[in-house]
Design a protein around this ligand. Structure first.
Ligand SMILES: [Zn+2]
Length: 448
């Protein structure tokens, strides 16, 4: 197993995993993690397995509605799916229960739409066991252009978890599995700890035992991180990986599904030979579902399909009005795709569009808002400007670094009031240059 040590300093929790699904990192935790979740035991079941209960604190971004009742429903659904025994994958019944410790708290020290690792650092400094944001894009340790995606959850083992508002109950349980020290186990599609599948519930005996135990290492000051296992995640030749349901899925089915972090690169690579750019582009124009279109845009970006640029550029230039969350997902996937395409677009138009979009005024005057619950809307200008900077950081184009440095100089001169804008530029530069948190050689090493 690949293992990684990290040393936490203020604002550098190093929760980064290799890919943008959800970082499973064991961190035997820190003062900043606050009060350990209360735990209680109840009598043994007939099978001799002792139930276990987590009493968890939940906090939401102030702009992201989430009721106590909804948290209760999510927890009871998570309880039920862990208790249930699945027939398709090896599974054991896991009598864990999740309980809400108090009313959902709020925070406002990050944006609701999270686009930088520095924002993730701030979120993990919040002591709540589970933090809810609106969206996460390109965070949680996605070092390269091919790993960047929308993220449903991110977790620190021995610490806490951050989830997006529409993460389903199995993702809540999955992230809490990471907090409990579990890594990914992807050989069966219904495995709860699958790297990217949704609608999961199966756990093996070791995973059940982790869910029925106190959180490891809480309250200690020293910590170490155990990484996810990227060789398992992204090696299609690995025994048992993709051998069952994956290979028999049609392209439509693959694109239509919602994965933990969008359409996974591994699946793209496996199916790339069967994907024709022209077919995908045609599908994109005909497909009614924005979630499906987001996956198609992602596939076109991953395949560096230059022809797709034209429609993505046009969409970015013209989109306006109130968006649903899936439509925002689609727009963001298109911006990320443009980032991937900027490196192969010799005309420089893609880079120029991303630079233009890095100024909130590019999006202004279009009533571009996200419809959130309780009849509120969230203005998207600053978030989209930051996503465009993220896109520039994916271009792998040395000229983009100069553009980003120039952008930083202008920002320092006050063209952008978003306090997270300059950190976004710094991360984009670091991603292109492979430095800091994006240093490729710093990923992992074996423990002695
Ligand atoms: Zn995960």
């Amino acid at each position: 197993m690949e293992v990684e040590r990290v040393h936490r300093k203020t604002n550098s929790p190093n929760y980064s995993a290799r890919f943008a699904t959800c970082a499973a990192v064991a961190l035997i935790s820190v003062a900043g993690c606050g009060v350990p979740p209360g735990t209680t035991s109840t009598p043994r079941t007939a099978e001799g397995i002792e139930p276990f209960s987590f009493n968890l604190t939940v906090a939401r971004h102030i702009d992201q509605p989430l009721s106590d009742q909804r948290v209760n429903r999510i927890f009871s659904t998570a309880d039920a799916l862990l208790l249930k025994v699945d027939n398709n994958c090896d599974d054991v019944s896991c009598p864990v229960t999740f309980q809400r410790a108090q009313s959902v708290a709020t925070f406002d020290n990050t944006p609701a739409i999270v686009t930088t690792e520095s924002q993730m650092d701030a979120l993990f400094d919040n002591p709540a066991d589970i933090k809810i944001v609106t969206l996460m894009v390109g965070v949680c340790g996605s070092p390269s252009a091919n790993e960047v995606s929308l993220v449903l959850g991110c977790a620190f083992t021995g610490g806490t978890a951050v989830l997006v508002q529409d993460a389903p109950p199995d993702v809540w349980a999955h992230e809490w599995g990471h907090v409990q020290g579990l890594g990914h186990r992807s050989e069966c599609a219904q495995n709860l700890m699958h790297a990217f599948e949704l609608e999961t519930n199966a756990v093996d005996v070791a995973e059940r035992n982790a869910f029925l135990s106190p959180t490891p290492g809480r309250g200690l000051t020293a910590f170490r991180a155990i990484s996810d296992r990227p060789s398992v995640e992204f090696d299609p030749d690995q025994d048992g990986f993709f051998q069952s349901s994956e290979q028999s899925r049609s392209l439509e089915d693959l694109m239509g599904r919602r994965y933990l972090a969008g359409f996974p690169r591994a699946l793209f690579e496996q199916h790339a030979l069967n994907m024709r750019g022209a077919d995908l582009r045609q599908q994109l124009t005909q497909e009614p579902s924005p979630r499906y279109r987001a996956n198609i845009a992602r596939a076109l970006g991953l395949s560096r399909d230059l022809v797709a640029c034209e429609s993505f550029l046009s969409d970015c230039g013209s989109i306006g009005g109130e968006l649903e969350i899936d439509e925002l997902d689609e727009l963001i996937e298109k911006i990320i795709a443009l980032g991937r395409l900027a490196g192969v677009d010799n005309s420089n138009r893609t880079t120029e569009l991303l630079l233009a979009g890095s100024d909130p005024s590019f999006w202004r005057g279009r009533d571009l808002n996200l419809r959130i619950a309780d009849d509120r809307v969230l203005n998207l200008e600053e978030a989209l400007a930051r996503v465009c900077v993220l896109g520039l950081g994916l271009s792998e184009n040395p000229n983009a670094v100069n553009s980003l440095r120039e952008l930083k100089r202008k920002s320092a001169a006050g063209i952008n009031n978003d306090p997270w804008f300059v950190p976004q530029i710094d991360e984009a530069i670091a991603r292109i240059e492979g430095t800091g948190k994006f240093a490729k050689q710093a990923k992992s090493h074996r423990l002695p």
